[in-house]
Design a protein around this ligand. Structure first.
Ligand code: BJW
Length: 252
């Protein structure tokens, strides 16, 4: 991984200084420097033999609800122990500089809000919320039990994490707001995402088609890379603070 920020293109700095509308899409890579594993990297310990793509489905939950619930409980614990990193912090600083700033995240870890970002659209839900698998209603609290997953206090159905699994619809209003932000943006950032999962992966393309300058920040190339205006190759926690400091001359 590159630890020094690559030069930030002057054209990007100039565009950001006058921009009124900026949209940012983040993925698991922005939380990697907080110690939260990315979605597609190898898991550790107990979970090393499981493939996350195969656990994040309603079929997996139906087959083995306890296993899936425990995987999410393990991830919750890792996130509780994590802190936002300089990449998250730089995005909160960027929000303060831009009149209409929208932070669209695929992450379910809540770290952007913990860092202090306000305009956050959570496309894939949140690890710390639950809903009823049977009735799909959000559930705030439930009786403690040794049987996992816990049961819905309303109907007795199994509870599941309130996240979006493969084959499920994204929250309609949130997706609509994200699409609006993408097509209205003067600058669109795609940060720390493999750009493999739709409809999130379409957002930078929608921005590009509508005339945005599209900037990718990632140590690795992705399927989006050939189309972007600028690729900044490296860690978000290194590049974003440098970009904010060079653009606005502000203390974070
Ligand atoms: C760093 C870094 C550092 C490392 N700094 N970077 C069109 C075409 C083909 C398929 C489809 C399509 N439209 C829909 C589909 C189907 C499907 C899909 O996209 N499949 C693809 C895999 C092909 N999509 C869906 O099913 C979606 N629903 C839907 O479309 O509904 C309508 C519909 C229904 C039925 C049929 C058809 C349509 C739902 C998608 C839900 C995704 N859910 C998950 C799980 C959420 C809960 C959980 O966390 O457990 O969301 S899957 C997983 O992937 C998770 C992530 O949010 C998402 C994206 O992953 P992300 O964030 O990109 O992470 P990684 O690990 O892949 O990448 C990390 C990146 O960081 C890497 O690039 C690193 O290099 C980089 N990095 N360190 C910066 N320091």
């Amino acid at each position: 991984m590159i630890s020094e920020a690559p030069a930030i293109p002057g054209e990007l700095i100039a565009r950001l200084r006058t921009a009124h509308r900026v949209a940012v899409l983040t993925g698991a890579g922005i939380s990697a420097e907080s110690g939260v594993p990315t979605f597609r990297e190898a898991q550790t310990g107990l979970w090393a033999r499981y493939n996350p793509e195969e656990l994040a489905t309603s079929e997996a939950f139906q087959r083995n609800p306890r296993l899936v619930w425990e995987w999410y409980a393990w991830r919750q614990e890792r996130v509780r122990q994590a802190e936002p990193n300089p990449g998250h912090d730089a995005l909160t600083a960027m929000e303060r500089q831009i009149a209409k700033f929208t932070l669209i995240t695929q992450n379910v870890d809540g770290l952007h809000r913990r860092a202090g970002s306000h305009q956050v659209l959570e496309l894939h839900g949140n690890l710390f919320r639950a809903k009823c698998f049977t009735e799909d209603r959000t559930v705030e609290g439930w009786p403690e039990s040794d049987d996992l997953p816990p049961r819905c206090p309303h109907c007795g159905g199994l509870l599941r994490p309130n996240v979006v699994w493969f084959g499920e619809m994204l929250p309609a209003n949130t997706l609509r707001a994200a699409e609006q932000a993408a097509v209205n943006a003067e600058v669109f950032f795609s940060i720390g995402t493999s750009s493999l999962v739709y409809p999130a992966a379409d957002l930078p393309i929608a921005g590009l088609r509508a005339g945005a300058m599209v900037v990718e920040i990632n140590p690795q190339p992705t399927p989006l890379s050939p189309y972007v205006t600028f690729s900044l190759n490296g860690a978000a926690g290194v590049i974003l603070p440098a970009l904010v400091a060079q653009t606005w001359d502000v203390e974070r």
